[in-house]
Structure formats: structure tokens, C-alpha cells
Design a protein around this ligand. Sequence first.
Ligand code: PLP
Length: 392
Amino acid sequence: MKIQLMNVQRQHETYAAEYEEAALKVLRSGGYIGGSEVSSFEEEFAAYAGAKYGISCGNGTDALVLALRALGIGKGDEVITVSWTFFATAESIAATGATPVFIDVCPDTYCMDPKLAEAAITEKTKAIMPVHFYGQSCDMDALRSICKKHNLYLVADCAQSAGTKYKGERKNTLGDVSCFSFFPTKNLGCDGDGGMVLTDDENIARACRSLKVHGSGKDGLWTLKREYEMKNIPFPQNMPDGESKYYNYLIGYNSRLDAVQAAILRKKLTHMDDFIAGRRKNAALYNEALKSTAYETPYESLDCEHSYYIYALKHPNAQKIMERLNEDGVSCGTYYPVPLHLQGAFAQLGYKAGDLPVTEELSKTTFAIPVFPELYDEERDYIISTLKKVLE
Ligand SMILES: Cc1ncc(COP(=O)(O)O)c(C=O)c1O
């Protein structure tokens, strides 16, 4: 039997009775959209992560799009981000009509290099979007002060970093707006798709709430007025002012977290400390066992309490090693094999191989191994011995 890289079935089994009871309650209630499970989860997750407002939505990609749209970002704007991330990070920028500007990451943390971010700022830049990659926190103090100095928004892609702390607190990983994914394999994963925007800004929260349900009613009208104000354009005189949900003011989205998912997530959130502790324990044992081998183990900066969504090793022969591990029953993989600046979808932006050397090297030399909290001790021991064996 192969050891899976991420085993969501085992995650479900650990507290199955609890999750199934919560889901069943919703199924029997007939209240599938919105309702108290969704609003309670929004409050509880916002409190857990250290933000004032939580706006749930369909997935992490939507969370990023909603956040950018709520900031008024669109055509003609630039958003600085990293290439060493999942496609959705930059896809969300492009989906608003704005242009992603790709920069390299730090070779140790694999996260956005603040110096490169500052150097990439132009008069079109509206926001910086760092990614807490693999669960490691970016240097948020440096990025916050750059955004303040240049009057830019800080949009944190926290899809991989639920539970991560920076300078001792989860809230220190957040930006003006922060976006989370509850994809099943994530540190806090639901049994389907889900996402959340967090912010301390009431106006951004209201705009996100409106955009996620077709920009209708009172909130839609309010958000549209705010968009005109932000762009300094006079508001049209002929605007209808109906307040019902069938008056639409924005081209928004249908992006909701289902009540069933919210109910399950509420239960899972109560176990988050155990989930993160399990990931950190596995990472620490790997680090110890592999420290004097040819593998480069993940760096954890002193400012960060890594949540190890992914535990990746670095080795010049990563591709061969992965083949051998897979043959020996250990699933592994590169996250991610094609950096975004070299993706076909962004070919029109004109980047070429060699532009972002750290990212390109990492895409060839890193590979993730199983670190999920439910990994059995014997499985971890087998992974360690197999890793050592393939080096021989
Ligand atoms: C860094 C990053 N950003 C955004 C997303 C998008 O989240 P979702 O899959 O929930 O849309 C992911 C998901 O894998 C991610 O890893």
C-alpha cells in the first residue's frame, strides 16, 4: 500500500462521528444556504485567525478575487506577487483585469523577497500579494512597511497558512485583506470547496459580502457608490435604487460556503491546535532524522511558527529521488513544477526562463513528502528510511 502525500480520508475518520453528526443536522434542517452555521463559522474563524470580519465564499480563488475587487483593483492596475505559488494566486489578479507582476522568492523561506517587491513598484501598482508558502510566514513587517510607504494594499494569500504564526501570533500573518482556502487537503479543509476573506475593515467586508452574491440590494448599491468614489467619477443620476436582492448593481459572483461545509469546518476548527501540532511534530522528526544527510530540510525563520501545509526537501536530484520514492510506495510531488511566470496562461506577459532564478531552481530541486497529522509513526519511519536508502 502506498503512503499518500495527503490523506483526507484519514482526517475524516479521526473525528468522523462528530463531523457526520454536524453535517446530518444541516441535511435534516433544510437550511442549506447561509444561516447560523455559516455566520458562526465566519465569526469563529475570524476570531481564530485574529481578524474582525470573516466573509466566507466558495473557495480560496474566489476569496482572492473578491478581495481584489473590494479594493477596487482592475484593468490598468498592477499587483506584485510571486511566481513560486499555486496558479490561483495570479489567476485571481488576472481575473479582475489587473496585471500580475512576478518577482522572485527568498532562497531560504521560499516566500516573497520584500526588497524585490519594493523594486517592482510602478505608478500602476495597487497592491502587493505575498503568499505564506507551504505554511511559512512571509516577512510581514517588511512588506507592511513597504505598503505603507508607497500607499499600497497588502493582500495576503493565506491559502496554505491557516494556523501559521508570525512574531508569536496568527493575526500578524494577515494583510489589509487575507484570503484562505478550505480545500480538503489544506490545514483546515472541508469536505468539498470553501474559502474565506478576512479583514479588519468594515467597508472592505461589506463590499466582499455584496460581490459574493451578485452585487445586489442595499450592499450592492453601496459598493457601487464606493467604487465611483474610489475612482473619483461622478455617480450616474439615472441609477435605480431598489433595495431588494433582485436589483443588481455590480457584476459580481455566486460564491458561497455551503451550510454543510460550515458545520463541518466549525467542528474541525476546534481541533486545529492538534492538527498543527501534528504537522509540526512530523516536520521536527523529519528535520532531526535528515539533518546530516544530503537533503536540505525546510528553513523555519525565528519569526515564524510554520504550519507545514507542505514539508518539502531540497536536493539537486529531486526528480530521480521522487521516482525512487514513488516506486518504493511513498507518494511525493513538486509544489509546483511550472512557475507561474512560465505558464502558458501568462505567456503574453513576456517572461522567459532565467528571469526568476530562485523560483526556477526550486521548481526543479524541491519535493514534498507526507506530513499530514494523521501519518502513522511506522509510516514516517518508513519514509525516513526510504529517503536515506535512495541516497545510497
Ligand atoms: C497559494 C494558494 N492560493 C490560492 C489557492 C486557491 O484555493 P482554492 O483551491 O480553494 O480555490 C490555493 C489552493 O491550492 C493555494 O495553494
